[in-house]
Ligand binder design. Structure first.
Ligand SMILES: Nc1nc2c(ncn2[C@@H]2O[C@H](COP(=O)(O)OP(=O)(O)OP(=O)(O)O)[C@@H](O)[C@H]2O)c(=O)[nH]1
Ligand SMILES: [Mg+2]
Length: 344
């Protein structure tokens, strides 16, 4: 079983041929997509790690990998954790991993770090290692940054989640580090989204400001061992009550991830939300919406590349434009027509 040489760029990978992938440390030197897929489907953590690195890099062979895995996905339940730095998301993820393992569920944690591929990973790894999950084959922990993936985290994260799903993980926790719009979006693109806060004045205000009230399926007030936790719970509950009427009212769950307090309550809140989604048809609806948004983003990225190429090569159009013989709107219509074969 060998690897074909591939053209560097341009051509789409054909699904029938094998694509070479650069060897990674700890992985056999000759790796092709087909054996990587086999590895993932048998739950080999090295294959999973390698594939997620490919996603980070936007590596060659990714489309082929994605296509081969797709029919093996759709089984994992995904839970997002988002909230300000230091509120205890990783510690909480560790506690949820323990809860999953007590129920013999295979679980993965994916920490999305858009800024630092190194420190975030180390911190998360340490935090979870301390909790003793590192040697458990039923647990896969990985942090991830985007280095070359077209479309950034919004596309890379769901692809990585599918790899974990295909590898047999029943539960995938997605932690987003940071509070920007992109991080919130990634955490929201899960089946159940946990918004984590910790006690302190103005929690509700922060939540409202960050626009995360809308995305929370469950609120977690972590560090409940600290003063002010009850107040924070009340504040959030009031805010939820004042908000618009929803068919699912997000519960507010106090936890101390450090002391493993409230974790069972949090687990059952997640289960209740899951049951609600399954019974109401909301789960299928959400997942369908997410897939469509992903396709839209992918298609947009493709078109963007094509339009850029066409535009750069079209001196005539630039001349017409600059000579005021056509206006930018018309030029854009012409360009889109050329890219799509649709004369408009
Ligand atoms: N008192 C107390 N401290 C906690 C609790 N949970 C986490 N911590 C501490 O809070 C600090 C931050 O915890 P992390 O789990 O790394 O927080 P995080 O939200 O993942 O942080 P970032 O990933 O950097 O955004 C650590 O020192 C934890 O030990 C808790 O329930 N109570
Ligand atoms: Mg963290």
């Amino acid at each position: 079983m060998g690897c074909d040489a591939r053209p560097g760029s341009g051509a789409l990978p054909s699904l029938s041929s094998r694509t070479c992938i650069r060897p990674a440390p700890g992985y056999p030197s000759e790796v092709d997509v087909a054996s990587l897929v086999d590895g993932i489907l048998t739950g080999d953590p090295r294959a999973v790690a390698r594939a997620i690195s490919m996603v980070e890099d936007g590596a060659e062979g990714l489309e082929e990998l994605s296509a081969s895995l797709y029919t093996h996905t759709g089984r994992a339940y995904t839970v997002g954790l988002t909230g300000s730095p230091g509120v205890g998301k990783s510690t909480l993820a560790g506690a949820l991993v323990a809860a999953a393992r007590e129920r013999s569920r295979d679980v993965a944690v994916l920490a999305i770090d858009p800024t630092s591929p190194f420190t975030g990973g180390a911190l998360l790894g340490d935090r979870l290692r301390m909790q003793g999950h590192a040697t458990d084959p039923g647990v896969f922990i990985r942090s991830m940054a985007t280095r070359g993936h077209l479309g950034g985290m919004a596309l890379a994260a769901p692809e990585a989640v599918r790899i974990l799903d295909a590898s047999g993980k029943e539960l995938v926790l997605v932690e987003t580090v940071g509070v920007g719009q992109a991080e919130v979006e990634v955490a929201a693109a899960t089946d159940t989204t946990l918004v984590v806060v910790s006690p302190g004045w103005g929690d509700a205000v922060q939540v409202a400001k960050a626009g995360i009230l809308e995305i929370a399926d469950v609120f977690v007030v972590n560090k409940s061992d600290r003063e002010g936790a009850e107040g924070a719970v009340r504040e959030l509950e009031n805010m939820i009550r004042m908000g618009q009427e929803l068919d699912w009212v997000p519960p507010v769950v106090p936890t101390s991830a450090r002391d493993s307090e409230g974790i069972e309550e949090l687990w059952s809140a997640i289960e209740r939300h899951r049951a609600h989604l399954e019974e109401s048809g909301g789960l299928a609806f959400r997942r369908r919406g997410r897939l469509l948004r992903e396709v839209e983003t992918l298609a947009t990225e493709r078109l963007r590349g094509r339009l850029g190429g066409l535009l750069a090569a079209d001196d005539g159009l630039a001349d017409e434009l600059q000579g005021r013989r056509i206006d930018p709107y018309r030029a854009a219509a012409i360009l889109v027509g050329k890219a799509t074969g649709d004369p408009g």
